[in-house]
Design a binder for this molecule. Structure first.
Ligand code: NAD
Ligand code: DAU
Length: 331
């Protein structure tokens, strides 16, 4: 398969490319990435001789049409992804997440190419902490943040292009990922690298908010399964039944790193902070016979801490800038 991977120099995309090169050497991979602050060539260094990296923007119509025309399938990861950045400056989220997805859709429509669109559980809004409910593919969209609303808009475009133009697309909405190559602005790598640089971890509000954690390799395995076996037009929810509140994730990180579990600061909460996300992944188990392999979050966190310890040269250049931005916002 000739695969075009948008956003393949970011966290999940780079891990997807590594796994594809390892597990599907018969595939030919092209990465299209704008190399924003969130993407880096270094994340693809281990596979640089096995892939083609095109430095370009998904809103560049001519470039996208050309690359899609050279592909059998597109896996569309490229997005602006950080909720706090969206709250501070929403415009890039509209441009990349909405116009960028529109540009990709028009290109796959004109060439009749298969598309898998990668989305998020944040489109469904929040669940109450004590609710027995989890998100399913029929849960109504109810996004809270500028980030989530632009991802919801992109999903709606994909659905409309399937129905109106017969585009061969699937959508997945996944929960919170963790693992190697995640940007240090995000919760888990931020806290790990705070400890490694002698800073104190920072918890928004009381830390009662719940996220449903999944290892990035499990997410990517599911994406690959949907790409090959998924039903056109369907939405699949991806999750690993890893619900945990932020305070207990932070305390686990501190314990695994040999620190006192109270050695952190409570900081200003995020505006509109969603209380809880939780995915019901049963259709993925029953229909696509997928199951997560990383089912022990503590073990996954231990491995992730080891990765950040061993790869300081990857994250150190961005750390001070990220923390300066957070400090300006009182976080
Ligand atoms: P990331 O921020 O780490 O990487 C995004 C990548 O997209 C970067 O390499 C960046 O350079 C690239 N990019 C941004 N704008 C671009 C543009 N205009 N043109 C081309 N490339 C551009 O993101 P991530 O965490 O790897 O997320 C990847 C996808 O998965 C996103 O669509 C996100 O919404 C979705 N998702 C993420 C999570 C999570 O927990 N991180 C969970 C569910 C879904
Ligand atoms: O649910 C999927 C989503 O997960 C993806 O669509 C997003 O792209 C991804 O960024 C992530 O969104 P979150 O907002 O849940 O992730 P974040 O890492 O920013 O924060 C996780 C939780 O930790 C959230 O409740 C906010 C909190 N937090 C975050 C940071 C950065 C803190 O308490 N302290 C922090 O320093």
């Amino acid at each position: 398969m000739r695969l075009l991977v948008t956003g393949g120099a970011g966290f999940i995309g780079a891990n997807f490319v590594h796994a594809t090169v390892r597990d599907h050497p018969e595939d030919r991979v092209t990465v299209l990435d704008a190399l924003t602050y969130a993407g880096s060539r270094e994340s693809l260094a281990p596979v640089e001789n096995d892939i083609r990296l095109v430095h370009g923007d998904i809103t560049d119509r001519d470039l996208v049409v050309q690359l899609v025309g050279e592909s059998d399938a597109v896996v569309h990861f490229a997005a602006e992804t950080h909720v706090d950045n969206a709250l501070a400056q929403p415009e890039p989220f509209l441009r990349t997440n909405v116009i960028g997805t529109f540009t990709v859709l028009e290109a796959v429509r004109s060439h009749g190419v298969r598309l898998h669109h990668v989305s998020t559980d944040e489109v469904y809004g929040e669940l109450a902490l004590d609710s027995p409910r989890r998100f399913t593919e029929s849960t109504p969209y109810n996004p809270s943040s500028p980030y989530a609303s632009t991802k919801a808009a992109a999903d709606m475009l994909v659905r409309a292009w399937v129905r109106s133009y017969g585009v061969r697309a699937t959508i997945s909405n996944c929960s919170n990922n963790y693992g190697p190559y995640q940007h240090v602005e995000k919760f888990i790598p931020r806290q790990i690298t705070n400890v490694l640089t002698g800073r104190r971890p920072k918890l928004y509000g009381s830390g009662a908010n719940v996220r449903d954690w999944i290892h990035v390799d499990d997410h990517n395995n599911a994406v690959r399964r949907i790409l090959t076996d998924g039903q056109i037009g369907r939405t699949y929810l991806i999750g690993a039944e890893g619900e945990r509140d932020n305070l207990s994730v932070l305390r686990t990180i501190l314990r695994l790193m040999g620190r006192d579990t109270d050695d952190f600061d409570h900081v200003t909460d995020r505006a509109g902070h969603d209380l809880r996300y939780a995915i019901d992944p049963s259709p993925l188990y029953d229909e696509l016979l997928w199951a997560p392999k990383h089912t022990d979050l503590n073990e996954g966190l231990r491995e992730t801490i080891d990765w950040y310890r061993a790869n300081e040269s990857w994250w150190a250049p961005m750390k001070d800038v990220v923390e300066a931005g957070y400090a300006e916002r009182g976080q």
